[in-house]
Design a protein around this ligand. Structure first.
Ligand SMILES: *[C@@H]1O[C@H](CO)[C@@H](O)[C@H](O)[C@H]1NC(C)=O
Ligand SMILES: *[C@@H]1O[C@H](CO)[C@@H](O)[C@H](O)[C@H]1NC(C)=O
Ligand SMILES: *[C@@H]1O[C@H](CO)[C@@H](O)[C@H](O)[C@H]1NC(C)=O
Ligand SMILES: *[C@@H]1O[C@H](CO)[C@@H](O)[C@H](O)[C@H]1NC(C)=O
Length: 244
């Protein structure tokens, strides 16, 4: 006796769909813990004006595997969402579709990767504009942060308005940009690494800068936010997975 084809359809198509939904849909909770206004940006996701202590929930579509989140400062936008920012500007749009102008502190993620892991990192490879924390909402995974006041101590050759350039963006050579894929830390990348040990300081800095968390690990417990209360000025980014 043949199995009715609609039941087969259910198991072949619908069942994997349900599984995907549970494992892939993700919400990022972005809270401005800085003392100043931040225009948060997410690609995919868009952008949002956040006063201190305001939160933006960004729902990432289930077919999205990777993206980036950053903050913009000193922005002016008109009623149609066109304008510009002193740092992190994404092609003059409030709702970002393009990457932010350098220098910018980046939170990067790659969800549902091999071994059912989510990968996440903070990167100073595009320079620094504001401090950030990036925490999966799971008790078993480590939150990472870059809390140092890098702008105030930025080496003079890297200084720019509202931020601190990565040397790649200033000198544009293989030593700092690592276009050959074969380079080591430098005196200038060490400046960033000393200030923010959790973050990428140059392109080949993976060993101390890439973090993983099991995909879809459920948000039962709050993240390790208590030490962060010390950094009430921080732009905190929390991540949790769930079917929404
Ligand atoms: C915005 O610009 C003003 C004036 O240039 C500056 O004093 C301030 O520090 C900037 N704010 C941020 C968050 O960068
Ligand atoms: C907003 O700015 C853009 C670009 O400058 C301009 O084309 C548009 O007319 C402005 N819209 C409003 C409502 O001011
Ligand atoms: C990387 O650079 C070092 C030092 O310049 C060199 O000895 C080595 O052969 C290079 N490795 C590759 C894979 O290019
Ligand atoms: C973690 O996620 C749960 C919802 O699943 C939420 O209630 C809680 O506030 C989150 N905690 C943090 C620190 O984001």
């Amino acid at each position: 006796m043949a199995i009715p084809s609609n039941i087969l359809t259910f198991f072949i198509f619908l069942f994997p769909t349900i599984f995907f939904c549970i494992s892939q849909a993700t919400t990022f909770e972005i809270t401005n813990q800085c003392s100043y206004t931040v225009w948060a940006a997410a690609v995919p996701g868009g952008g949002k004006h956040l006063e201190p202590d305001e939160t933006w929930l960004v729902n990432i579509a289930s077919d999205t595997n990777s993206g980036r989140i950053w903050g913009r400062t000193n922005c002016t936008f008109n009623a149609t969402g066109k304008g510009r920012c002193e740092t992190g500007d994404c092609n003059n749009q409030l709702e970002c579709k393009d990457n932010g102008a350098l220098p910018v502190t980046l939170a990067e993620f790659a969800l549902n990767q091999y071994d059912n892991l989510d990968f996440y990192d903070l990167s100073l490879v595009d320079g620094f504009n504001i401090p950030m924390e990036f925490s999966p909402n799971s008790s078993s995974c480590r939150g990472i942060k870059c809390a140092a006041d890098i702008n105030a101590e930025c080496p003079v050759e890297l200084r720019t308005k509202g931020g601190c350039n990565h040397p790649c963006n200033v000198f544009k050579n293989d030593l700092y940009c690592c276009t050959s894929g074969n380079c080591t830390a430098t005196y200038l990348s060490d400046f960033f690494k000393t200030k923010c040990p959790d973050a990428y300081s140059y392109a080949m800095d993976d060993q101390t800068s890439t973090f993983t968390c099991p995909t879809g690990s459920k948000a039962a417990l709050s993240s390790t936010s208590s030490p962060m209360l010390l950094f009430s000025w921080m732009h905190r980014l929390d991540v949790f997975d769930g079917c929404i």
